[in-house]
Structures are given as structure tokens and as C-alpha cells.
Design a protein around this ligand. Structure first.
Ligand SMILES: Nc1ncnc2c1ncn2[C@@H]1O[C@H](COP(=O)(O)OP(=O)(O)OP(=O)(O)O)[C@@H](O)[C@H]1O
Ligand SMILES: [Mg+2]
Length: 320
């Protein structure tokens, strides 16, 4: 049984200017212990996809379809039920650590509260466990720094604190939404290392969302590439790098900054912009930017299809 199984998930927002289809017919599954990277440009629906799963959509949004987590359906679950799962089995870390850290309370206060509330721990045990978690994410001198306030930490250290906090309840699934974009590349790489360690220590599954295919190279097992709210390619991470089969994946790869090269190398951003989600074109959503465009791409939307045991793509081209 997969840990998470998504089937035909659709998420729409009602706005004054009409309906926005942010997530369109997404299906995938992931196993226990797996790390899935979700990649795509800004606005491709990455965040709304995971918020739909977590029951955290804005009030004008509605998810339909199925998301089964440990064989329990999450879509349509009452708020108190989903809160229980969120507190104990799934955790999410957000792009901005201050979304979940309170600037007015010490780290100790914020961390121990979680354990006392959710796990019924004593204050002394909760403090001990919190320090262990800060150690695990390599916060130096955790024993004393735990009594500091969030603003006394650097950006990278704050990210670590947030990861430590989200792991207190030992979730089966950690969803990390762009946990490193605000940081410089070296710190980014360190944060990914920390997550990699925790993954093997705790046997946790991770969904890692990013703009940047470079970030997930060292951590993901499989990669899901999203464009205009749809999956355009799904494949094991090495196949994505060695043999991208969707023109969009190829475009993203050409715009990956590399840690091992100097910054003077030219990046090729994909020309053009993603389509307006309120007025998606007929046919393939990527048509305006695709160098391989053919007639059929203008009229027929390519269905997601299996191209090998482990790979899927939504493109009319047989091969790239
Ligand atoms: N509350 C809302 N009402 C209307 N539209 C929304 C709402 N929230 C998100 N959207 C739209 O949903 C689409 C997908 O947004 P989403 O936040 O998932 O993008 P993303 O891939 O996470 O982008 P980024 O990389 O910038 O975080 C966007 O077009 C966005 O404008
Ligand atoms: Mg986002």
C-alpha cells in the first residue's frame, strides 16, 4: 500500500474574475521512505497541490478527487480529523520560517509546547527532546540557544529551527515547500544535507517543492514536473537529468544554476511566460514556449501516458 496516493485531484478557486484552475487532474503515488521532488515555475500549482492534500486551502478554494494517506481519504475530511493527522503524521515547512515561528516567544517555549500538547510530555522531557532535535539539524550550542528568540538566528539557522520543530512529532510525511530559496547556495546545500540525514535516520518520506531542479538532485528518488497545474513529466531523478522526455523539463534543466561551476556561466531561462490559469489555451499548455510544437499541440491536450515502467509524460512527441 502506498503511503500517499493521489487520484484525479482538481483544485479550483472562485475569484471575482472567474474560476482559476490551479491543480488539474493530478494523479501520483509515493511509497514509505520515498522522497518526491515537485518542480515547476512560479504559479504552476505546486503549493496549492500540497495545501489541497493538507486541507489548508484558502476559503475560496475547493479540492475534488482523492488523496489517500495511509489508506485514509483526506479530501473532504472534517477539520478536526485532518488537524489530528497534520499534528501527528504529516508536517509542512513553509518558504518563510516566520510563517510558523512566533517572533515573541523563545524557541524553547515554541518547541516544548508542541510536545506537551501533542505528546503529553513533561516540561523536562519536552525540553530534552527539543534540544535533541536542534542538535539533529546541527544548530550549534543548542542547549543554550534554545532560549533565544527567532530573530536572534540567521536565515539559515531559522530554517533549521523550523525543520526541527516540524519533526518533533516524528511525521511519516514531511512536506517542504521551497525550504531554501531565500538562502544562498551553500546554505541551501547544507539544509538539503540535513534533510537527507533525517530522512535516513527517521525513515521519513519527503515531498520537496522547488523551482530549481538543481536542489533536488541529491535527495529526490522521483521527480514530478508541473506546468500550468498539470503533471508534464514524472520519472526517477536520474532519468530526469540524463534523459528528460518533456520539452519543458529540458528547458528547466538548461536553467539550473550549478554549485560546481562559477556564476559566470550563462543560464538559459525558458523564453516566454506560463499561460494565464484563467484562460488556458486549447491543446498543450506549453505550446507557446515549445521549440518542438506541431499542429496537434494546438488543438489536442496531450494526456499523461506511461513511457516506461517508471516514467510518464504528457507530450505528443514520441521521443525528444
Ligand atoms: N486564494 C486564491 N485565489 C485565487 N487563485 C489562487 C489562490 N491561491 C492560489 N491561486 C492561484 O493558483 C495558481 C497556482 O498557485 P501556487 O501557489 O500553487 O503556485 P506555485 O507553483 O506554488 O508557485 P510559486 O513557485 O511561486 O510558489 C496561481 O495561478 C495562483 O494565482
Ligand atoms: Mg508555491
Amino acid at each position: 500500500m502506498p503511503l500517499l496516493e493521489i487520484n484525479n485531484l482538481n483544485t479550483r478557486f472562485q475569484t471575482r474574475d472567474g474560476e482559476v484552475s490551479a491543480v488539474n487532474d493530478i494523479s501520483f503515488s509515493m511509497e514509505k521512505g520515498e522522497t518526491l521532488g515537485i518542480v515547476g515555475e512560479s504559479g504552476s500549482g505546486k503549493t496549492q497541490l500540497v495545501l489541497s492534500i493538507m486541507g489548508l486551502l484558502a476559503s475560496n478554494g475547493r479540492a475534488e478527487g482523492s488523496a489517500r494517506f495511509k489508506d485514509q481519504e483526506l479530501i473532504g475530511l472534517p477539520i478536526n480529523e485532518i488537524n489530528k493527522i497534520r499534528g501527528n503524521h504529516m508536517a509542512m515547512i513553509f518558504q518563510d520560517p516566520m510563517t510558523c515561528l512566533n517572533g515573541y516567544l523563545t524557541i524553547a517555549r515554541q518547541m516544548t509546547e508542541v510536545l506537551i500538547l501533542h505528546k503529553g510530555m513533561s516540561m523536562a522531557d519536552a525540553r530534552k527532546r527539543s534540544i535533541e532535535m536542534l542538535d539533529a539539524v546541527h544548530i550549534p550550542a543548542a542547549k543554550t540557544r534554545i532560549d533565544r528568540y527567532p530573530h536572534e538566528f540567521s536565515g539559515g539557522m531559522r530554517q533549521r529551527v523550523m525543520i526541527a520543530m516540524s519533526l518533533l512529532c516524528e511525521p511519516d510525511l514531511l512536506i517542504a515547500d521551497e525550504p531554501s530559496t531565500a538562502l544562498d547556495v551553500t546554505v541551501q546545500a547544507q539544509i538539503i544535507d540535513v534533510m537527507n540525514e533525517l530522512k535516513s535516520d527517521m525513515g521519513m518520506s519527503i515531498i520537496l517543492i522547488t523551482h530549481d531542479l538543481g536542489v533536488i538532485a541529491g535527495i529526490a528518488d522521483n521527480v514530478l514536473v508541473m506546468y500550468a497545474g498539470r503533471i508534464c513529466e514524472y520519472a526517477p531523478v536520474n532519468d530526469i537529468y540524463k534523459d528528460p522526455q518533456h520539452p519543458y523539463t529540458r528547458g528547466l534543466l538548461q536553467s539550473v544554476p550549478r554549485l560546481d561551476s562559477d556564476n559566470s556561466s550563462v543560464l538559459h531561462a525558458i523564453p516566454g511566460n506560463p499561460p494565464n490559469m484563467q484562460h488556458l489555451p486549447a491543446g498543450c499548455a506549453y505550446q507557446d514556449r515549445c521549440e518542438f510544437k506541431r499542429e496537434i499541440c494546438l488543438t489536442e491536450r496531450p494526456a499523461l501516458r506511461r513511457i516506461s515502467d517508471l516514467r510518464q509524460k504528457a507530450c505528443h512527441l514520441e521521443a525528444l
